[in-house]
Write a protein that binds this ligand. Sequence first.
Ligand code: ADP
Ligand code: MG
Length: 362
Amino acid sequence: MESKGEYLSRREPAQEQTAPARREMIRTENLVKVFPGGNRAVDGLTFSVYEGEIFGFLGPNGAGKSTTIMILTTLLAATEGRAFVSGYNVSRDREQVRLHLGYVSQVLAVDDALSGEENLWLQAGFYNLSRQERKKRVDEVLELVGLQQRRKDLVETYSGGMRKRLDIAAGLIHRPRVLFLDEPTLGLDIQTRREIWSYIRRLREEAGMTILLTTHYMEEADQICERIGIIDHGRLMVVDTPANLKKSLGGDLIFFDFAAATGEEQRERALQRLREQPFIQKISPRGSEAHGFVAVTADGEADLPRFFAALAEINVKVSRVTLKVPSLDDVFLAFTGSELREEHGDKEKHMQERFTMRRLRT
Ligand SMILES: Nc1ncnc2c1ncn2[C@@H]1O[C@H](COP(=O)(O)OP(=O)(O)O)[C@@H](O)[C@H]1O
Ligand SMILES: [Mg+2]
């Protein structure tokens, strides 16, 4: 499509020649935000997001995700440290930064009483564009979020997912190269979340955008992000690909229980036997259950038959066996010591809405 070609061909020539294999589109150096009253919402963040990447900030409520995004989008000043978007310093070159980024806040900013198209026309009006150019851009973004068919309908007739897609489209009118999506699927049902995910992927694949999103949904981070930064109390605990994060826990997990009739001596012999097996990295008791253990192995599926064979040799029986590939939940727990809650309390939601501003206009 020619409209997508526009996205692909937009470049900033001044920075291109020096570009290494992967260009840093977002970079922060020891970023700190202390709110009046002393709340250290962001506490020394250093990270980079590379061109064409979907990078996810995963963390619970109050972790500092939105505050970081607001600093990067120039809506909030950092207390310490530096940040760059598309090579521009967010505190010194604010206008340039704003031209290069799109920001879609946690809260919908579309007008229900207008059609989808009218909303976008309004948004396009904030930029100094000819009528013809505006029309082209509106068509282009409607296409990107799959709303061409419904463009003339009032937004009040749209589903939740369509509203969010329109909101994202409005953030794309000025053809930013870097897009910030704060909790893009907050409050949407899982079906609709999946649909939004496919559009987010499409923005990367067809428009070549670099995307930083925040989420407290584990599955979202796992499904669409190439790299994830786990953030808690304003600090990055770890940054890596979802696959590596899961691997960092040391392999697959075999949960097993010894059969009820297994005596203590027999159990100790079996554990000894299992520990001698080269494919077993570690065995630990599972909580308070005397018969329950978990073994860590490099490749659960291949190791499971060996696991059974080792026990059969000494004639020890197990009752329940479950193979588990570590989930991001397990990783999150390991790095932060707490579980990620999926749902917001109303109070927290209210707080977040209070701090959310409407989309940037340059
Ligand atoms: N304008 C503000 N003034 C004071 N405290 C704030 C303000 N905005 C956010 N906070 C606090 O900063 C911390 C991080 O908030 P936030 O960045 O919204 O987290 P997240 O987006 O990860 O849920 C929270 O403790 C929150 O209450
Ligand atoms: Mg937030």
